[in-house]
Each structure stands twice: as structure tokens, then as C-alpha cells.
Design a protein around this ligand. Structure first.
Ligand SMILES: Cc1cc2nc3c(=O)[nH]c(=O)nc-3n(C[C@H](O)[C@H](O)[C@H](O)COP(=O)(O)OP(=O)(O)OC[C@H]3O[C@@H](n4cnc5c(N)ncnc54)[C@H](O)[C@@H]3O)c2cc1C
Length: 811
């Protein structure tokens, strides 16, 4: 066994071996993999091998697409057959909402280049004659989809990796991982120790045990999953004898099951409610090729649904039942990327569709390790999208919920119930008493909208304008006419200070830092390729101290980014203030009058201009007011110690009663921000788009001195930009708006995608934000955009269609 390697990958399932393989493809041959038992002896060996391309996430969709393409090339490259059966995959729809979901998905698929066809019930019957078409409203089909032999796939990847110089140590268990004084890692195994630059954890059901070796709480706990294999069915055997093709994979999402042919019989895999978490304290030390006792009773409703759809399934006996562990995360997507707080420690864990994802996950992780950056937007699978709140008890709740919801309709405004409420701002009860219907971000409860008196305080999800649409409209109008109050306590907040703080931050962001104490600037941190990684609102609070505010959803990611870039000489200190500070936003033309009633401070334009901050009192409570907001009205963000929040809340509500002060929620905020063309990280801002493509020219100063991503960004512009951020007016919509990932066409050709959209209540227009080819971005250009299967005329309009001169913000 080698005593030194560049990378040690821990775990010999499909995911770990794919990572090893892709490292060698990137030219790193001094890499090893350590597996405690045999390759595939974790979850990989018993997987059904399905390769579902379907996924609503842009990141996961691209990962799956890559895998399916790669797997078809492996035999030619390695000589190992992987048993790829490209039999296609049909997903049935039994209702209109499901069809809406498929249309929304088809948009994601088209923008990433995955082929999808829509089928009528009759066409389903032609391809799947054993399927009863009763009650179907339609279906989609992926012709490129199919299944594979997971063990053969893993062996092929292992062979490819070995050909590239990698070594694989089977029957070798990692017992401990330590950081050496040199900064390298020391991986201790039962067969000796290996010093390395990078460690990759790809340990499936053991993720939490591996994490514990480096004090990392990895948010993965597996859930039991079963599938049933039947005896051969005479009709299927007859079809084979007559040389007819396999009928392919069939999924009835509304019945929550998948089905395919297996050795002349059928293989049925239901995703049921009540499947329990397993291995909550990790598998046994000697666990290998492990299965659990089957429990067919929990599957009964799904088996009945399957028999109703494919009666043949009920006509043959059960040959075998597999009940195995699938690693799960709270949202069901894997975690692929850097571990927080540790340099050169990488996670490729939490894979619930790990056979499908292995190829793409290994590819992007290898890019990240070797090049320092991934090449696709990985936010959907980012390990730092969770936080400390993801306790073991939370994971048990959420992961079971994620499993039970694999096949439920993935509405864009869906808010799942398990593990809530958990993180609550002090004003939570006050908001609830005023009708708040909550959503959740990074564990925080945030009002999404407010049910007026007499309206049930319950959410209603849809791909179209939902029951809450009109109420959100009233919230928006109240912000435009009077003044609204928004809880943004979930914001990530931090202090960066010390003698080196200014130089450090200046190098971290593309904008100039605020020079005067009390000035506020919007600053973007680019990655080394010139794409946008993070967005910070930065206030200079002292000669050597800066206050940073960024998206609540990305708190761990943003703070990890800052701290990992900090110099090691102690000249810069970082303090996470997220859990200590609350934020209430007051916005609207009467915001000034409201604040004057509760504070002795001067809120006039002269004393308190736009983009400045001050320490003031609200009632009796010390507060930091920043004159910025995300809704395009006169307004202030009020940052305060959480213990003062209710005092401030009550003072505002009391003073604002006759000004029409009303709380508003995140859904109103989204509508208001779209009318201002304000970008968000993860949609309009992404590492896949150059900061210039996202239209950030006024926030990027290549001449200010060096900063991360500057040279790459300048080169990117010189080589030519492929996209341009635009604002679109959507015509002829009556009940649905763009949701993001809507394909955009010019003369029938795909020229871009919407990144977000909403109805703008102040403008009374349906709007979308989008990335299109530069030649299609001229003002006034007429394009077409797909919304739920209908092509709409859209026009490129000037940015910030609401108050383009920002007069209201500055008023
Ligand atoms: C019944 C069932 C059906 C499934 N069907 C499908 C399907 O059709 N399609 C699909 O995409 N997915 C499917 N899955 C999910 C799939 O099996 C997993 O997502 C996938 O196998 C995960 O691969 P992995 O490499 O992450 O983990 P694993 O295959 O579990 O590999 C992890 C490896 O790490 C090793 N390891 C752990 N700790 C250490 C240590 N300290 N030292 C050394 N080695 C260590 C383990 O021994 C293990 O071999 C199914 C799962 C089940 C249970």
C-alpha cells in the first residue's frame, strides 16, 4: 500500500469509484481508493439500476445527463460490459397538476439538452401493451433512459481508473483521519496510513461515521427502500421469444412506483409513506451486502395501484424482495463538493439515486478538486446548503419525508412540513397572529404570505397562480401605497474586522468597498473563472470593520467562502452574527414617517441618504438601520439584537396603524424584486454566467486592483459573452407566469432560458428575468417563451421596469 498519494477516496461504491475514475481522467494518476470490504458491497450491489433522467433540479439534471452519456461509452473504453439497456422510460400522469409538473420539467430538460417526448394514453398503450390506460391524461417519455447493472458499472469505472494509474485497496478500513502540521491529511487504515493532499468521503451509509472522524455532522441518514421481483410472466416471455423489444421502465408518479421487466418477470419499486430511517448510528462494523427483513405490508397500497395499472403484475408470484438502505438528505438531493470548515476535504455523499448520479457527481467533483472550481452550477447539490440546525433528530424526520415525497408533485411553492417549526425569529408568534403562512429557509420560519381575516391560514401549491395570488397582490399594493413590514431575520450576517480586513475583502469582491464609515455597497464575490459565487451587502462600520449581509439560504456557503479565503496571519477576524441579529424591513412611501414616529433619528434624505447605514434607536432598542431594500421602495432594513425584536416590532406596528402598515411575505417580495430586475444568487447569478452576462457592470471594477476572478472575467469578455441578462414582458398569460428554466425561442430556435418570473402587481404585467443569446437581447426584440407547454410572446423591455430611475428608493 502506498504511504503517500495526492488523493485518497474513501468508499468503493459506484460514487467513490466514479470519483477515482474522473480524477485519473483529469490526469491525476497518484490517487487511491480505500474500501473496507469489496467494491459495491454497500448500497450499490442491490440497486435496481434505473437511470432516471427526470429531475426538477438544474444541477442534478445536468449530472444525470452526463452519467447516462458516459455509461454508454465505458465498454469501448474499458472492455467491461455495463449491462446498459436503453429501453426508455415513461412517466404517467393522472391529473392536470402532474402534467403541469411534466411541462415545467420539460423546460428544464430542454435548456440542458435532455430529450423528452409527450405521449397520449393511446401511445402509452402502444409502447406498453400490458399497461391499462384508464384514467391517464398523458405521459412523458425519455427515449435515452433505461437501466444498467450497478456492479458491472462500478467494475468498469474501477478498470478505467486503474488504467489511468489509480490504485484500489479492498478489505481496507479507514479508522481515522487527521490533519498533519504540514496541512496534508493523514488517513489511518487498518493496513497502514496514507498521507495525502485531498480526502474524498464517498462512504454511502457510513457518511456520518466518516464525518465524525473530522468532527463534521454530515446531513445524511439512510432510509429503507424495497423492490419486488416476480416470477416470469407468460406474456412477457412470449414477447421475448418473438423478438419484441422490452417495454421499458414505467413510472406511475401518482401511485408512487416504478416498474420494469426483469428476466421475463417484473420488478416493482414503490416509494411508500412510513419507510423508516435505518443505520441511524451507522451500519454494523462487519456489514457487507446487507439486506433488511422485507415488509410488504407497508407497500400494499402501491402494489394495488401497480396491479390496477399493470394487471400482469398480480398474475405471477413474488420471486424475491430486496429491502436495502439508500442514503438520504433532508431534500433528497446528494451533497457533492467541499466540506465546510475543512480545506481539501470533499464530500460525495447522500446519494439516493447514486447509480444515476455517480458519473456526473464524480466528474464535477474531480473538476472541483483538480481545477479548483466545478464547471456547472452545483448549488442544488452544494454540501453547504444545510446548517448546524440539521441535527440527527431533524434528519430522521426530514429524510423519511424526502423519501416519501420522491414521487409527489414538486410544486414550485411547495413547503414541506416535517422538522418544523425549528428556527423561529422572536416575532414568529406575532406574525402568525396576523395571518402569516410560513415557509422555511435554512431551518428558519419565514412568512411567505398573510391570510386576511376569514381566509384559512393554509398554503396552496400550484404551478399556476394559486389561491394566495390575490392576497399577495394586496400585500404588494400596500407596500407601493403605504408601508409594509417584512421579516428577514434569516439573512446571513457577519463581521469581518482587523488590520487586514479591508485589503482582504477588497481582494474578495469585484466592487469597491465602501470608504466612508456608514456607507453601504453591493459587492459580488466571483469564483476564479469570473462567474458569480456570492452577493454581499457590505457596510463599513469602522476603519477596520465591515458588516456583511448575504442570502439566508447560503449562510454556511458564504461564510465558509469568506473564512477559507482569510489570511492565516491573524490580521483578519470573522464573526458569524446570523443567530444573534434579527432583521425587519420597512418599505413603502410612508416608511420615513413611520420611522420618525418611533425614533429620534433624522431620516431625511440629507441626513440619511440611500445606501447608508446608521446606529439609531427604535423605541428603546438599539438598532442598525441600513437604507437599502429589495423591493424598490423608500425603505430601511432594521438590524437588531434578537432580544429587541419584539420591542421593535410592537413599536412599529403601534405607530404604523394609521399609516396602513401591514406585514408582507417572501412571495410579495419576489414579485416586487422582479419588477426591479433584482438578481438572486442561484438564478440570475451563477458560476455558469460571467458577472458581465448577469449585467453586473456597475458593480465590477476591473481597474480597482486585483481581485478573485478578475483576470478570468476580463478574458471571458474578450473571448465573447454567450449570454445576456434581460427583463421580459410576457404577453397573453391569464393564469400562469414563468417559474424559471422556461425555454426561450427566436424563430423556433432555443436562444435562452428564463431564470425567474412573476406577476408584477404594481405594473400589472407578467414579467420574467432571463438569460438569452446577446444577439437576441436588443430592447424591443420579440421572442417566444414556454410556460407549462404553451408558447407565449415575450418582449425584451428595459431593466427595472418599475421606477427605472430609482426615484422611489431615493425619495
Ligand atoms: C433497493 C434499492 C434500489 C435502488 N435502486 C436504484 C436505482 O434503480 N437507481 C439508482 O440510481 N439508485 C438506486 N438505489 C440507490 C443506490 O443504491 C445508491 O444511491 C448508491 O448505491 C450509492 O452509492 P455510494 O457509492 O454512494 O454508496 P455505497 O455503494 O454504499 O458505497 C459506499 C462504500 O463505502 C465503504 N466504506 C464506508 N466506510 C468506509 C471506511 N471507513 N473505510 C473504507 N470504506 C468504507 C462501504 O463499505 C461501501 O462499500 C437503490 C437503493 C436500494 C436500497
Amino acid at each position: 500500500m502506498k504511504g503517500h498519494a495526492r488523493v485518497v477516496v474513501i468508499g468503493g461504491g459506484a460514487v467513490g469509484v466514479s470519483t477515482l475514475y474522473h480524477l485519473t481522467r483529469k490526469g491525476w494518476s497518484d490517487v487511491v481508493l480505500v474500501e473496507r470490504k469489496e467494491l459495491t458491497s454497500g448500497s450499490t450491489w442491490h440497486a435496481a439500476g434505473l437511470l432516471p433522467l427526470f429531475n426538477m433540479s438544474y444541477s442534478v439534471g445536468q449530472i444525470h445527463k452526463y452519467s447516462v452519456a458516459l455509461y454508454q461509452t465505458l465498454e469501448a473504453e474499458t472492455g467491461q460490459n455495463v449491462g446498459f439497456s436503453k429501453v426508455s422510460n415513461i412517466r404517467l400522469a393522472l391529473n392536470r397538476d402532474r402534467m403541469d409538473e411534466y411541462h415545467q420539467y420539460a423546460g428544464v430538460a430542454e435548456t440542458i439538452g435532455v430529450e423528452v417526448e409527450f405521449l397520449t394514453p393511446q401511445q402509452v398503450k402502444e409502447i406498453w401493451p400490458l399497461c391499462n390506460a384508464e384514467g391517464l391524461v398523458g405521459a412523458i417519455r425519455h427515449p435515452e433512459d433505461g437501466y444498467i447493472q450497478p456492479a458491472d458499472l462500478t467494475q468498469a469505472l474501477a478498470r478505467g481508473a486503474r488504467q489511468g494509474g489509480a490504485e484500489i485497496y479492498r478489505q481496507t478500513r479507514v479508522m481515522g483521519i487527521e490533519r498533519k502540521p504540514s496541512g496534508e491529511w493523514l488517513v489511518r487504515t487498518d493496513k497502514g496510513a496514507i498521507t495525502c493532499e485531498h480526502v474524498v468521503s464517498a462512504t454511502g451509509n457510513f457518511a456520518r461515521q466518516t464525518g465524525a472522524m473530522v468532527s463534521l455532522e454530515i446531513p445524511v441518514i439512510p432510509v429503507e427502500h424495497q423492490y419486488i421481483v416476480t416470477e416470469p410472466h407468460p406474456e412477457i416471455v412470449r414477447r421475448h421469444e418473438q423478438g419484441m423489444p422490452e417495454m421499458g421502465v414505467l413510472r406511475e408518479s401518482d401511485g408512487s412506483w416504478y416498474l420494469r421487466e426483469e428476466a421475463g418477470g417484473l420488478l416493482l419499486g414503490p416509494y411508500e409513506k412510513g419507510a423508516p430511517c435505518c443505520y441511524t448510528d451507522g451500519p454494523r462494523e462487519d456489514a457487507e451486502y446487507e439486506l433488511f427483513q422485507d415488509d410488504l405490508e407497508r407497500l400494499t397500497p402501491h402494489i394495488e395501484a401497480a396491479i390496477n395499472r399493470v394487471p400482469a403484475f398480480g398474475e405471477v408470484g413474488v420471486k424475491e424482495v430486496y429491502n436495502g438502505a439508500i442514503p438520504y438528505t433532508p431534500d433528497g438531493s446528494p451533497i457533492i463538493g467541499p466540506a465546510w470548515g475543512l480545506r481539501n476535504f470533499w464530500l460525495n455523499e447522500g446519494h439516493s439515486f447514486g447509480i444515476t448520479a455517480a458519473g456526473g457527481a464524480g466528474w464535477q467533483l474531480a473538476e472541483w478538486i483538480v481545477e479548483g472550481e466545478p464547471t456547472i452550477d452545483m448549488l442544488g447539490v452544494e454540501p453547504r446548503r444545510f446548517g448546524d440546525y440539521a441535527s440527527k433528530a431533524y434528519l430522521r424526520n426530514k429524510n423519511e419525508e424526502a423519501y416519501a415525497n420522491v414521487f409527489t408533485i414538486h410544486y414550485p411553492d411547495e413547503e414541506r412540513a416535517a422538522g418544523r417549526p425549528l428556527r423561529m425569529a422572536p416575532c414568529y408568534d406575532r406574525m402568525k397572529a396576523r395571518g402569516a403562512v410560513f415557509g422555511q429557509k435554512l431551518g428558519w420560519e419565514r412568512p411567505n404570505w398573510f391570510a386576511p381575516e376569514g381566509v384559512p391560514q393554509e398554503d396552496h401549491w400550484s404551478f399556476r397562480r394559486s389561491k394566495w395570488f390575490g392576497h399577495v397582490g394586496n400585500e404588494c399594493r400596500n407596500v407601493a401605497e403605504n408601508v409594509g413590514l417584512l421579516d428577514m431575520t434569516a439573512f446571513a450576517k457577519a463581521r469581518v474586522s482587523g488590520p487586514g480586513a479591508e485589503a482582504f475583502l477588497d481582494h474578495l469582491v469585484a466592487n469597491r468597498l465602501p470608504q466612508k464609515i456608514g456607507r453601504v455597497n453591493l459587492c459580488h464575490a466571483l469564483n476564479t473563472r469570473g462567474g458569480v459565487h456570492s452577493e454581499f451587502t457590505i457596510m463599513r462600520e469602522g476603519p477596520e470593520s465591515f458588516y456583511l449581509v448575504s442570502a439566508g439560504a447560503w449562510q454556511r456557503l458564504d461564510h465558509d467562502w469568506v473564512t477559507k479565503h482569510m489570511p492565516a496571519d491573524g490580521s483578519v477576524q470573522f464573526q458569524n452574527l446570523t443567530g444573534a441579529m434579527g432583521v425587519l424591513v420597512v418599505a413603502g412611501p410612508k416608511a420615513r414617517e413611520l420611522l420618525q414616529r418611533v425614533s429620534g433619528a433624522d431620516f431625511s434624505n440629507e441626513a440619511f441618504p440611500w445606501l447608508t447605514g446608521k446606529e439609531i434607536d427604535i423605541g428603546l432598542a438599539p438598532t442598525r438601520a441600513l437604507r437599502v431594500n429589495f423591493v424598490g421602495e423608500l425603505g430601511w432594513e432594521l438590524h437588531h439584537g434578537l432580544e429587541y425584536q419584539n420591542h421593535i416590532f410592537d413599536a412599529l406596528m403601534e405607530a404604523g396603524a394609521d399609516l396602513g402598515l401591514k406585514p408582507f411575505g417572501i412571495r410579495a417580495m419576489d414579485s416586487l424584486r422582479i419588477e426591479k430586475s433584482y438578481r438572486l444568487i442561484g438564478t440570475e447569478l451563477s458560476i455558469e454566467y460571467a458577472a458581465y452576462e448577469s449585467g453586473l457592470e456597475r458593480f465590477v471594477h476591473p481597474n480597482k486592483g486585483d481581485f478573485i476572478g478578475r483576470d478570468a472575467l476580463v478574458r471571458w469578455r474578450e473571448q465573447g459573452l454567450a449570454n445576456q441578462f434581460v427583463t421580459l414582458e410576457v404577453h397573453d398569460t391569464t393564469d400562469a407566469d414563468a417559474l424559471g428554466n422556461n425555454p426561450i425561442y427566436q424563430d423556433g430556435k432555443l436562444v435562452g432560458r428564463a431564470t425567474g418570473g412573476n406577476y408584477g402587481f404594481r405594473l400589472e404585467k407578467s414579467l420574467a428575468l432571463a438569460m438569452v443569446r446577446p444577439e437576441s437581447s436588443e430592447l424591443g426584440t420579440e421572442l417566444e417563451m414556454d410556460i407549462l407547454g404553451t408558447r407565449h410572446r415575450v418582449t425584451v423591455i428595459p431593466e427595472s421596469p418599475y421606477d427605472p430611475e430609482n426615484q422611489r428608493l431615493r425619495s
